[in-house]
Write a protein that binds this ligand. Structure first.
Ligand SMILES: Cc1ncc(COP(=O)(O)O)c(C=O)c1O
Length: 253
């Protein structure tokens, strides 16, 4: 029988096998300088496409000032403990109320980061009698949330609403037996390709099937605009951006 560590040394997996050559380049690249769309990489200024700073707020003077004031007033250790046990504060609750108002929703809940948010929310919503139907290009946090699910899951090819309908037919037959319900999961704007989820078409399927729709809008929140003309304009912009990304000259790869 092979020792676990020996096995890992022999076969480091699809990413691990390249880790030595790619460390500091594709994996763990070291970016220096202020957070921006241009940062120093390996001593040269480069365009940065991979930060989560979509709204450009990370280095916004007002945000930095508030950060500094909050650190001076409360320190970084406050509140102490998991929020459910001892770490809750009136500031968390106020922020939740503000976010709900911004989104025009009755309530919101803050989680430490998006990955945990999706995994936890999926796990909370479904039990083993329910069926999840999800887009094949869903972000890793959705896939991991779905993997935790004890019931059945059906995947539909990316943005293929005709196939989604087939999966909903299968799911409906199944929940009629288990007594469960159906959760459909997709994204508002897909992170890797930048294309939009077909939310309108998916919602239209509610006339025919009974399901709840869960949208991860990590890339759409704050970027797409509230009104339809704004959304259309941003859609065009995003498509242009993707076109540029797909046609990068070789030296940028
Ligand atoms: C669609 C989507 N959901 C969730 C996440 C996870 O967010 P976080 O990096 O805050 O864990 C990401 C991260 O890029 C994402 O693209």
């Amino acid at each position: 029988m092979i020792d676990l560590f020996e096995k890992l040394l022999k076969n480091r997996g699809p990413l691990g096998m390249h880790s030595k050559e790619s460390y500091g380049y594709f994996m763990f690249p070291r970016l220096e300088g202020p957070i921006s769309n241009k940062m120093i990489f390996r001593g040269k200024e480069k365009l940065v496409w991979s930060l989560n700073n979509y709204l450009g707020l990370a280095n916004h003077p007002e945000v930095r000032k508030t950060d500094a004031e909050a650190a001076a007033e409360f320190g970084f250790a406050l509140p102490m403990g998991a929020r459910m046990m001892s770490g809750n504060s009136n500031h968390h609750e106020q922020l939740e109320r503000d976010l709900a108002a911004f989104e025009n929703k009755p309530a919101s809940i803050l989680l430490n980061f998006g990955y945990q948010g999706m995994v936890s929310a999926i796990d909370c919503l479904v039990d083993r009698h329910d069926v999840i139907v999800y887009d094949s290009e869903s972000h890793a946090c959705i896939i991991d949330g779905v993997r935790l699910h004890m019931g059945k899951r059906f995947v539909f090819p990316h943005n293929d609403v005709t196939n989604l309908e087939k999966q909903l037919e299968r799911a409906t037959k199944l929940v009629n037996v288990t007594g469960g319900a159906i959760l459909v999961i997709t994204e508002g704007v897909f992170g890797m390709s930048g294309d939009q989820g077909k939310l309108r078409e998916i919602v239209a399927l509610k006339k025919k099937f009974s399901f709840r729709l869960f949208v991860d809008d990590a890339h759409g929140f704050g970027t797409m605009g509230k009104t339809e003309p704004e959304q259309e304009k941003n859609k065009v912009f995003k498509m242009k951006l993707i076109f540029i990304l797909e046609h990068l000259p070789n030296r940028w790869h």
